[in-house]
Write a protein that binds this ligand. Sequence first.
Ligand code: ASP
Length: 342
Amino acid sequence: MKKLILLILAFTVLGCFKTSKNKFEKQSFGIVIHGGAGTILKKNMTKEKEKEYRQALSKAIRIGYDVLKNGGSSKDAVEKTINYMEDSPLFNAGKGGVLTSEGTIELDASFMDGKTLNAGAVSGVKKVKNPISAAIKVMEESPHVMLSGQGADIFSQIHNLEIVDQDYFITERRINGLKRVQNAEKLKGVYKTQNDRSFLENQRYGTVGCVTLDKYGNLAAGTSTGGMTNKKWNRVGDAPIIGAGTYANNLTCAISATGWGEFFIRAVVAHDISAIMEYKGLSIQKAAYEVIHNKVGALGGNGGIIGIDNNGNIAMEMNTSGMYRAHMNQEGKLDVKIYKDE
Ligand code: ASP
């Protein structure tokens, strides 16, 4: 009898191992990134610029892919990938972020962990070199979810994140971009209401984002941006708002948004996609389509999202003419796209 019990016990234990091993093997991992959505038209793009963007997207996504492939966490993959994009002057985040009406830099970023639903965000930072790392530190090293302005920079410094001068961030391209928008403002006047599309519509959108599913089935999302060119009065967009620009939940998906932030806040985009999946059982593609076209679009806003669900299915949805974006699946198949109709 004793022998029989021991035998049953041994089989049960072995069975458990087998199930968990199989479960582990079934998990696919994946990564999706964006480098901003907006009026991106082939006719306005030179071959060299296009190549530069495609190369930067490929390089960035491989960083996160390698982290995931080697068994690293979704969080590390998001942070390292976004750090690279923040350091690249091509994208509207970190170095090369767009300028405020005063010609300064105010950066926003947020991060969310799909397993714990922990989140962190910073807005209006001017000194910390990598705002996404500051957002993660807020999540891990403070009792808060969001810090803003000077306090967020001081917090970053206390936590040994790299601090730089404003000059580090400012590029000639963004100085020219600010002049262009300010000249347009002189001609067309200052926008006064949330639905005044007079010139805001033609401002280029930027922002970078990354969503990941790691080998352990954990999702994460991060977004980092300089916001909108010529922004005033410490304007804050959707990027640092959990639920609007960024959301992750292991039950559903991880989402990062880019576009006209005011509309993305009002439509609570990232959380709405997750909620539609959770409550209605829609796929990530259908939920993303619904929110971008029938909610953001219906309000008059534009932009796009990237997303990945807990099975590795992805969405890259936009109602703009383009969005810099890339995807790598478990097998390492790379897909880089810029224009909507690619
Ligand atoms: N969503 C960002 C903001 O409104 C801008 C962008 O994605 O280009 O601040």
